[in-house]
Design a protein around this ligand. Structure first.
Ligand code: FAD
Length: 470
């Protein structure tokens, strides 16, 4: 016998889109059921944002300790090199993941959300069945929020396996490979490839496009490219990965340059990081008769699909495929279902790369603003002139903050930064754009000394033509 659940709102997927939507629905007094096929937290908490940042942290700690071996640095000296145990690091990372996973379960419980564990399979737009661990469940809902997220894309000629990892497997390894070939120099490939390089792998990147991290403009990428050069990490641009070749001399990735020339790159493991695609298959989406937008589910500015009372959020509905966008959409949809007037119309959604050094982009770059025909002023301030950065050994990487504003009324259009720790500045950048800040608002806000945030008013002052420390 199947259990039958009738609910106001059915949320499918417990990632940062789905679980936030469900919590908010519960808070608003809606009877809410969330179905999750895997673990609460989704890609982000279980195999994405959090575990990758935990491993990047470990890699950075290890590399920092290496500086102290021998002659030492900062007055700290280690007589012998520290040992790195990737298994131990992964075990620690899992404790962080478990803690957050448990935290999401507790928050859902507090909001009185019923969680059903298993894969939801739809028979029509408002009805699904779940083979849960506690037996079969039939769910009928007034509203359905689709938050099934995304799955890794791949290269058919380079199938995943023991020696060919996706980002998921890259975060579960217990031994650092001697040589790692990374296919894809987008943010996931770069973040994980750089982390492995810091853990001791000899890393090579292969990228089909003519540059790395295409979201960011060339001046911002310079410090990242310098980091790669200093470590003699090769990046093969305009190069296609063809296949993994096994021979008596070992394993190699066969690649083809734009010229047509083919080369074998010796490697022990391959990380394929060529993007993600929306999770639209295997759960009856086709039974729901929603209109698609290419591979994504089509939604309007309230995340409504073409089917009445069926909503879709997060990676399933398109770029940017980022956790904070998914959560913002989830919270909004819950409020609309509860009768509030909301729409999804952010001024900007910050994008961050946790590379070496880190990158932040919010709003328009100078080139993008010019392409729109806007007359702009630009101000830039280096971390090398910021006391706190120097005091944290963070000013030496060529990093800077750059503010782009309209020339006529000084409305801030974009804020970008590159440098160690700049991810932590992204919130202030986004807030400035969302609040419609002018250059004078940034320069007139008293920022704490000594902090890295002082670079923002300095960059604004530079745009106004009178930086104090520049
Ligand atoms: P997901 O998090 O993918 O969650 C979807 C959930 O739905 C999954 O748990 C899945 O099991 C479940 N599901 C799917 N179908 C069904 C079904 N039929 N029934 C029941 N359950 C189902 N983003 C950032 O913003 N910052 C970062 O630093 C960042 N780093 C990343 C690093 C890596 C390595 C990866 C892979 C991704 C990273 N992302 C990052 C992207 C981020 O993880 C996603 O944008 C985010 O998780 C999308 O949230 P979502 O709720 O739309 O979907």
């Amino acid at each position: 016998m199947s259990e039958r659940i009738e609910t106001n709102v059915l949320v499918v997927g417990g990632g940062p889109g789905g679980y936030v939507a469900a919590i908010r629905c519960g808070q608003l007094g809606l009877k809410t059921t969330l179905v999750e096929a895997d673990r609460l937290g989704g890609t982000c908490l279980i195999r994405g944002c959090i575990p990758s940042k935990a491993m990047i942290h470990v890699a950075g700690k290890f590399e920092a300790m290496l500086q102290h071996v021998g002659a030492g640095k900062l007055g700290i000296r280690l007589d012998s090199a520290p040992l790195f145990d990737l298994g131990g690091a992964v075990d620690w990372k899992e404790t962080v993941v478990d803690k957050l996973n448990g935290g999401v379960a507790a928050l859902l419980k507090k909001a009185k959300v019923r969680v059903v564990q298993g894969q939801a399979v739809f028979t029509d737009a408002k009805n699904c069945s779940v083979q849960s661990s506690e037996g079969p469940v039939q769910i009928s809902a007034e509203h359905v929020i689709l938050a099934t997220g995304s799955v890794v894309a791949g290269i058919p000629s380079i199938p995943y396996g023991e020696h060919v990892w996706s980002s998921t497997e890259a975060l579960l390894q217990r031994e650092v490979p001697q040589r790692l070939a990374v296919i894809g120099a987008g943010y996931i490939g770069m973040e994980l490839g750089m982390a492995y390089a810091r853990m001791g792998s000899q890393v090579v990147f292969v990228e089909a496009l003519d540059r790395i991290l295409t979201l960011f403009d060339r001046p911002l990428l310079k410090p990242v490219e310098n980091w790669l050069k200093q470590r003699k990490i090769d990046v093969h641009l305009q190069t296609k990965a063809l296949s993994v070749v096994e021979s008596d001399t070992g394993r190699a990735l066969e690649v083809e340059a734009a010229s047509g020339e083919r080369t074998l790159l010796a490697c022990d493991k391959v990380l394929v990081a060529v993007g993600r695609r929306p999770a639209t298959q295997g759960w009856g989406l086709e039974q729901m008769a929603v209109t698609m937008n290419g591979a994504f589910v089509k939604v309007d500015d309230q995340c409504r699909t073409s089917m009445r009372n069926v909503w879709a959020i997060g990676d399933l509905v398109g770029e940017p495929m980022l956790a904070h966008k998914a959560s913002a959409q989830g919270e909004m949809v819950a409020e609309i279902i509860a009768g509030k007037r909301r729409s999804f119309n952010p001024v900007a959604i910050a994008a961050v790369c946790f590379t070496e050094p880190e990158l932040v982009g919010v709003g328009l770059s100078p080139d993008e603003a010019k392409a729109k025909g806007i007359d702009i002023v630009v101000g830039q301030f280096p971390f090398a002139a910021n006391g706190r950065s120097l005091a944290m050994q963070a000013g030496h990487d060529g990093g800077f903050v750059r503010v782009t504003a309209r020339a006529d009324n000084h409305l801030v259009l974009g804020i970008h930064a590159v440098g160690a720790h700049v991810s932590e500045l992204s919130g202030e950048f986004a807030l400035a754009l969302e609040m419609g800040a002018l250059l004078e608002d940034l320069s007139g806000t008293i920022h704490v000394h000594p902090t890295m945030t002082e670079t923002l008013p300095e960059a604004a002052l530079a745009a106004l033509g009178h930086a104090i420390h520049g």
